[in-house]
Design a protein around this ligand. Structure first.
Ligand code: SF4
Length: 307
């Protein structure tokens, strides 16, 4: 079955996202575990979310229930509209290398509110796909200093298990992390996003220690497969903002384009050329830019989960 390019019938039937306006995700349910609400950073998240008038539950224990529906579809729907504020378990403090992207990966959260049909998170994270943000972030950040190498810059990737910008308006975790790395000349932070709400990042003292990457694709692939994300034009605009010098109102960040996953869409040459032309027009100034081109690893296991 052709997973990547759904039938015209499915598109006409309106069962797939065609138009996406940039927007901030608002969960239908927010749950704090007992240990998360007792963390100082958990309290900060609580204050931020309280200001958004979202329904908040504070648990007496650390076990989140109510994420399973009667069918797989219901479970997906329930979990994907839930934001859980939890403490990262002990295993997250043993950082794993992630070549060639970075020296190490670490996590601000697990899960993502978007619905990309090829997303590998579905096969990497177990249980219902609720979005879990970590209240013990200061300890997570401090722990990364134990992995700094003495002989060279050490790079840390923060977007292996989440899209950190997708929940930034709810947690503030990404800003906190960029500030933390801003004071660490021997370490570099990297993250990647398919969202465009970059304004809160523009005035952070990052000292060039964070590379903000935006994931791009041919418009047709994004429209059909990347539900719940920001549109391609909005992402390109966001990338421009991140890269523009501070004196011109931008963030002055090193930036990156992650072209992924590259898809053999009909008319791919024209489709990709069009997107790259838009990008070229938006980045009409000198910037510190990297490119990553990535294909999809569609293993039998991941195919099974995604189907
Ligand atoms: S934005 Fe990234 S993490 Fe989120 S669903 Fe899409 S591919 Fe997965």
């Amino acid at each position: 079955m052709n997973l990547f390019f759904p039938t015209d019938a499915a598109v006409a039937d309106n069962t797939l996202p065609i138009e996406k306006a940039p927007r901030l995700w608002m969960p239908k349910r927010v749950v704090f575990t007992a240990e998360a609400i007792n963390e100082p950073f958990g309290q900060k998240i609580y204050e931020r979310i309280s200001g958004l008038n979202l329904p908040i539950e504070i648990l007496k224990n650390n076990r989140i229930t109510g994420l399973r529906g009667e069918t797989e579809r219901e479970t997906y729907k329930l979990a994907k509209s839930t934001l859980a504020i939890v403490n990262a378990p002990a295993g997250h403090f043993k950082l794993r290398p992630i070549p060639p992207s970075a020296d190490f990966q670490f996590h601000l959260a697990e899960g993502c509110p978007a619905h990309c049909q090829y997303c590998y998170l579905a096969g990497s994270l177990s249980g219902p796909p609720a979005i879990r943000a970590f209240a013990n972030l200061p300890a997570i950040l401090e722990n990364t200093t134990n992995y700094e190498r003495l002989d060279k810059l050490t790079s840390f990737e923060a977007s292996c298990y989440t899209d950190p910008l997708s929940i930034e308006h709810l947690t503030g975790s990404l800003s906190e992390t960029i500030r933390f790395f801003g004071n660490r000349p021997s370490s570099h932070l990297r993250f990647v996003t398919k969202f465009d709400a970059v304004d809160p990042l523009l005035n952070i003292a990052h000292n060039g220690n964070t590379r903000c990457r935006i994931s791009l694709n041919a418009e047709v692939a994004s429209r059909r497969l990347e539900g719940g994300t920001s549109g391609i034009a909005a992402r390109i605009k966001a990338l421009r903002k991140l890269a523009l010098p501070k004196e011109q109102g931008g963030g002055g960040y090193p930036i990156g384009v992650v072209l992924a996953p590259i898809m053999p869409v009909p008319g791919w040459k024209e489709e990709y050329a069009q997107m790259l032309e838009q990008l070229q027009q938006a980045l009409n100034f000198s910037s510190n830019l990297t490119f990553e081109l990535i294909t999809h690893r569609f293993t039998p296991g991941s195919k099974d989960v995604l189907m």
